[in-house]
Write a protein that binds this ligand. Structure first.
Ligand SMILES: C[C@](O)(CO)[C@H](O)COP(=O)(O)OP(=O)(O)OC[C@H]1O[C@@H](n2ccc(N)nc2=O)[C@H](O)[C@@H]1O
Ligand SMILES: Nc1ncnc2c1ncn2[C@@H]1O[C@H](COP(=O)(O)OP(=O)(O)OP(=O)(O)O)[C@@H](O)[C@H]1O
Length: 289
């Protein structure tokens, strides 16, 4: 028996950090949304008690470091599952990019194993388990568009943003999320207007969404990697309606409504950047597979 499941990437339309918590994590307020750039996972039931990870991508670990492995192990232990699973990950989302690739693979594994191992858990239960794997996993269990608070695991659903193109560009560097949070100096940051972003989404106001994009982690990564600032400049030059770094970076995304501008951006950035994608916002929540 097999389950095929898509694991879409996310972008942060806004990312604010309120304060550092005693447990070392940061209290955040983020507006996240899924995009049509996805890994594909194939989960195959194994009769032996084993979790096997297979991926052609050399940056993806094939052992307990893989977040999909951790998701399977968590379900196995919690629900005393005696059967095993082979997880084949066809990777499209760039690794260590700020697009929650590993988190989305973990979330897809939770959703897929819920079916394969017949666990009958709700999305809320899966999201709660996901929080034990990483801060972005709960959001990825639901997908769609949401306000994420706490350390990122408290999810409040929002309507889909107005439809547009998302052009993403990732330079040839990987960024450590822990390192970026560790270097953040909260006294220096300009906080994004989270309420303004929610209002713009609710009013389907594309110009308002563009006005309110903001990410307090952006300054940290721009200081470490000047090439990220160069990509931002290029995107503005090619006519993007809004430009922002996603998560802890280094991927930068541009929002554009017109097809012709999307083509101009996509073609202009290729050759200048390691990986470039032009995709649509997904907006809608994942079904319970
Ligand atoms: C940057 C974002 O991707 C934005 O969506 C998330 O905030 C990070 O989510 P993630 O990669 O799932 O992060 P985790 O694996 O939970 O944490 C990695 C490390 O990032 C730091 N971290 C993460 C989340 C948070 N709210 N505060 C933090 O300080 C911690 O040092 C933590 O050890
Ligand atoms: N399924 C997976 N896919 C990719 N990387 C994984 C996976 N599982 C674990 N990893 C490890 O996690 C690290 C971060 O990769 P990932 O692509 O999840 O980062 P990210 O997009 O920056 O995540 P986030 O936006 O949630 O901070 C990688 O360097 C890799 O070693």
């Amino acid at each position: 028996m097999k389950v095929l499941i898509k694991a879409p990437a996310k972008i942060n339309l806004s990312l604010d950090v309120l304060h550092k918590r005693p447990d070392g994590y940061h209290e955040v307020e983020m507006i996240m949304t899924t995009i049509d750039l996805a890994d594909r996972l194939e989960l195959t039931l194994l009769s032996e008690d084993e979790i096997k990870i297979v991926s052609q991508n050399r940056f993806v670990p094939d052992d307990q470091r893989n977040l999909a492995y951790q998701a399977a192990k968590l379900l196995k232990e919690k629900f005393h599952v005696k059967k095993g699973v082979k997880i084949n990950i066809e990777k499209t989302i760039p690794v260590a990019a700020g697009l929650a690739g590993g988190s989305s693979d973990a979330a897809a594994t939770l959703r897929g194993l819920n079916k394969l191992w017949q666990l009958d858990l709700s999305l809320d239960e899966l999201a709660e388990l996901g929080a034990q794997i990483g801060s972005d996993v709960s959001f990825c269990v639901y997908g769609g568009t949401a306000l994420a608070t706490g350390r990122g695991e408290k999810i409040k659903e929002l309507p889909s943003p107005p439809s547009c193109w998302v052009v993403l560009a990732k330079p040839l560097i990987g960024v450590s999320t822990a390192d970026v949070y560790g270097r953040l100096q909260l006294k220096d940051v300009v906080h994004p207007n989270t309420d303004g972003m929610i209002e713009a989404i609710q009013n389907q106001d594309f110009a308002g969404v563009c006005r309110n994009v903001g990410n307090v982690l952006e300054g940290v990564t721009l200081n470490l990697y000047p090439e990220v600032a160069q990509i931002k400049e290029q995107m503005h030059r090619f006519g993007a309606d809004a430009v922002l770094m996603s998560g802890s970076g280094p991927t930068v995304f541009a929002l554009v409504q017109h097809d012709s501008r999307m083509h101009r951006l996509y073609n202009g950035l290729r050759g200048f950047c390691d990986q470039v994608f032009a995709v649509r916002l997904l907006g809608e929540r994942n079904p319970l597979d």
